[in-house]
Design a protein. Structure first.
Length: 350
């Protein structure tokens, strides 16, 4: 028995040292990939600015150059080179004109967020705090949006203000590199959608996907975890269908938890995006469907833009499942999945 305990401690010691080596290596790889991308985007911005300074007519040529670069680079290198991102690269060079001043601890998404801060001294403050505190991009965004700089200056207890971010947002991990769309696009890799979902959500989305297709009322699957990027922010729609009878897109978003008004506002945002950027001439208005799997009750809610309400009430209800049907399906599948997950976990423990 004592020998087993001794061997166990020895194994634990070796494991801890090996684990530390791997974590360090992962962190180094994470920083190296991100910094290579940051430097590449800085040089792209430099080339654009230098080309502009050759005296070409600004009114037409500048816009034409960005449009052409976006079109060609997107075709060859992917979505990371849309016009907005290329425009940010130009601004990036103008704000940080010395390449040696770039910090390897910060990612491209960090810098994009910093570019939103107009005042140079405030921007430099956030940059230094970000490095010192090892902030993730979500932590940095929260601090900027909550006026962290101003609150810190006005506070008598600065330690408390500095510590609050660790409670509000999780810190960065090396494995997060697989989730960053900019990094994946830069490396030419595809997003792994499985990393965007937990077990229960993934199971429910699978079941809802099958349920809508099995209705046989014109549903055709388009995408799962459909990503849309607006000004550098990434949003994911759980399921996207096209109904060829109704001739419209149907967007499905699942919320595991209580439905709040921001969820409805987010779906409205998705619908407006599809109306402006995706929908083709002749398509009917896009429909949003929010499904909420609360602890005690399931909720299903259709949402459309205001000018589409009458159309939905008359024609669409013939081909779409009712909110009651969706609610019952969600409750049934949620119960079944929770039982399955409990059984799997109990087996793993054994």
């Amino acid at each position: 028995m004592r020998k087993q305990i001794k061997n166990s401690k020895a194994v634990e010691s070796v494991y801890s040292r090996v684990r530390e080596i791997l974590e360090t290596a992962r962190s180094s790889a994470y920083r190296a990939v991100n910094f290579a991308m940051v430097q590449a985007y800085w040089h792209i911005g430099r080339i654009i600015v230098e080309d502009e300074q050759k005296g070409k007519a600004r009114s037409d040529y500048g816009a034409y150059l960005l449009d052409e670069l976006s079109k060609r680079l997107t075709a060859e290198f992917g979505k990371g080179f849309d016009r907005t991102n290329i425009s940010k690269m130009r601004v990036f060079y103008l704000v940080y004109p010395i390449v040696d001043a770039l910090r390897p601890q910060l990612t491209w998404t960090h810098y994009r967020l910093l570019l939103r801060v107009e005042k140079e001294s405030t921007r430099e403050f956030y940059l230094e705090e970000c490095i010192t505190g090892n902030w993730s991009t979500r932590q940095l965004e929260r601090q900027i949006n909550s006026f962290y700089y101003e609150r810190l200056l006005a506070s008598r207890d600065r330690k408390l203000v500095k510590a609050e971010i660790q409670k509000l947002e999780p810190g960065p991990k090396p494995k997060d590199i697989i989730k960053d769309p900019y990094v994946l696009e830069f490396l030419g890799l595809k997003e792994n959608k499985a990393y965007l979902e937990n077990e229960l959500e993934q199971g429910l989305i699978d079941k809802l996907h099958d349920f809508l297709l099995e209705l046989g009322k014109g549903f055709s699957f388009v995408a799962r975890q459909k990503r849309i990027t607006i000004d550098g922010d990434h949003f994911y729609i759980d399921l996207v269908f096209y109904n060829y009878i109704l001739k419209c897109f149907v967007l499905v978003d699942l919320k595991v938890g209580k439905l709040i008004h921001q969820d409805i506002g987010q779906m409205d945002f998705y619908i407006r995006y599809f109306e402006e950027a995706i929908k083709l001439t002749g398509d009917n208005p896009t429909i949003g469907l929010i499904l909420c799997a609360e602890k005690n009750e399931a909720i299903a809610k259709y949402t459309l833009l205001k000018n589409s309400k009458n159309l939905f009430a008359s024609k669409y209800k013939l081909y779409l499942p009712t909110e009651k049907e969706l609610k019952e399906e969600l409750e049934r599948e949620k119960r079944m999945l929770e039982i399955e997950l409990k059984l799997l976990k109990s087996k793993d423990k054994k």
